[in-house]
Design a protein around this ligand. Sequence first.
Ligand code: GTR
Length: 316
Amino acid sequence: MKRFLVILLASLMVMSFAAPIVIKSSDVHPHGYPTVEAVKMMGRIIEVMTNGKYKIEVYTSGQLGDEKETIEQTIMNAIQMTRVSVAPLQMFYDPIGVFTMPYLFRDEDHFWKVLEGPIGEELLKGVEKIGLVGLCYYDAGARSFYTRRPVQKPEDLKGMKIRVQMNEVMVALMQALGATGVPMAFAEVYTALQTGVVDGAENNPPSYYTTRHFEVAPYYCLDAHTRIPEILLISKAFWDKLTPEEKLIFKTAAIASAQYEKYLWKQMELKALEEVQKGGAKIFQPDITAFQKAAQSVYDKFPQYKDLIKRIQEVK
Ligand code: GTR
């Protein structure tokens, strides 16, 4: 009995005093942004449920690099997690690029039915081929143009240089609209807009607001051309070392964090639209069908997505 107690006490001490295994997680956004807060919340759940064995440290505002770089670091397990847009992930795993097609989803409800249904699951699973495990998707609303000069219809974009994410579909979309897509890291966009290296960019209201891009590109045309989800990725090399029970804890915590992110997102979206207007931005609600028509030719350029697109459209 005494021996048993000694062993029990000794193992309890190991559990509570062993240094936690630190999981480095990257995000290009600052503290307070929904994706960042969601990953922190996931970390708290994991810490409690594993008795402090794991601890997630979120490195914000692109401290660890841009999205392409942090995807590479996560594949190599130099960092363990990264939260990115699926747009730059297309370079590594092409099928997921289907989610960057313009006007792919009928509305928000359709978007979540696809992401949380078999197609979303299949593409999350697909990233295992490149050494990553997809934990969950996060909301990123819809992306729209913001420019230094007003844009109200597709023709207004003609000849403009528009910063895009590192993604082929976005470059093709700009071409279809008569503009030139300039792929560039997120952190460089403010200066590029300020100095006129680009005439505009495109993003959702929370990103437009927190980056303060509205100060240098004050015309926001809500054409909602894409609905590109965020994705939370963990290194497969790290994942494979977890026990089945730990994997379940991580997955459950990720799903909980996704629910939390969706809730934070809704609040942030409203706040962002209010704040950018207070800061001088002019919001324009265009005739979306004109943009939709102009974007149509992008579909011929990506025949590899034909089957997936058909399946996505069939989701009711
Ligand atoms: C944001 C997204 C980021 C990043 C950024 C960009 O909406 O949350 O992950 O992809 O857009 O445009 O680079």
